[in-house]
Design a protein around this ligand. Structure first.
Ligand code: PRT
Ligand code: MG
Length: 220
């Protein structure tokens, strides 16, 4: 049995064409079904529906053989910025070029970020991405108080919880709707295939087949 961990929403949707290229059709819709283990047209392939931030954990500990997750999630899970696995038991063979976005610093349009940085002010930064934010501001030599949030980061500067946020941006519409502006582009993000290293050894042929099919289906 080959088990693939996916999160609902954009990663699930953007993974379907890749699975199709590997001859795999998921037979249930995770938005409609309450099932957490989905069957496919391949009797030996199943899909687990997990929270996006739990995908690396399932794959690392062998609850799933493969998973697809954002680079943002992988870094917060402990992978280094270049994306190397670093002894975690996770092999990262492919950048799938899906669920693309960027991770940025944003502030209220009326907050003078450049002056605050130049004056060496201590910044209050709200984010779900504390590892990425800590490393980014440390490298820049800016002192920050990090405030951990689990969602709707855009709200924090509006109510005075923070001066800035570190969050994912794709179209920029969410920032605009909340009168926030992007002041730093930290890095580009896309989703990656991750593979449990022990599973790759034990089930090499079927896992290789999926990796190769994904590799040839990646949008140029
Ligand atoms: O929602 P949940 O708490 O369960 O988990 P999650 O938010 O981690 O999962 P999900 O499915 O929302 O995101 C999964 C992955 O998709 C992320 O880890 C990213 O790698 C990737 N991705 C790509 C995005 C976006 N684009 C994105 N735009 N994830 C989130 N957003 C959010 C962003 O946080 C912001 O609130 O969309 C909003 C901004 O979008 P724009 O288009 O208005 O700029
Ligand atoms: Mg989300």
């Amino acid at each position: 049995m080959i088990t693939l961990a996916l999160s609902k929403g954009r990663i699930f949707e953007e993974t379907m064409p890749l699975l199709r290229a590997a001859g795999i059709e998921v037979l249930e819709d995770p938005e409609k079904s309450r099932k957490l283990i989905l069957t496919t047209n391949q009797p030996n392939v199943r899909v687990l529906v997990v929270r996006a931030s739990d995908v690396p954990t399932y794959v690392q500990y062998g609850g799933a053989d493969l998973g697809i997750t954002g680079k943002d999630t992988l870094i917060e899970h402990g992978m280094d910025w270049s994306g190397t696995a670093g002894g975690s038991g996770l092999y990262q063979p492919l950048d799938l070029q899906i669920a693309k976005c960027r991770i940025s610093v944003a502030v209220r349009a009326d907050f003078d970020y450049a002056s605050a940085v130049k004056q060496g002010s201590r910044l209050k930064v709200a984010t779900k991405y504390v590892a990425i934010a800590r490393e980014f501001f440390a490298a820049k030599g800016v002192h920050v108080d990090l405030i951990k949030l689990y969602g709707s980061m855009e709200l924090a500067p509006l109510v005075g919880l923070s001066d800035a946020i570190v969050d994912l941006v794709s179209t920029g519409n969410t920032l605009k709707a909340n009168h926030l502006i992007e002041v730093e582009h930290i890095m580009d993000i896309s989703s990656r295939l991750v593979v449990n290293q022990a599973a790759l050894k034990l089930k090499q042929a079927p896992i290789r087949k999926i990796i190769d099919a994904f590799a040839s289906a990646i949008a140029p």
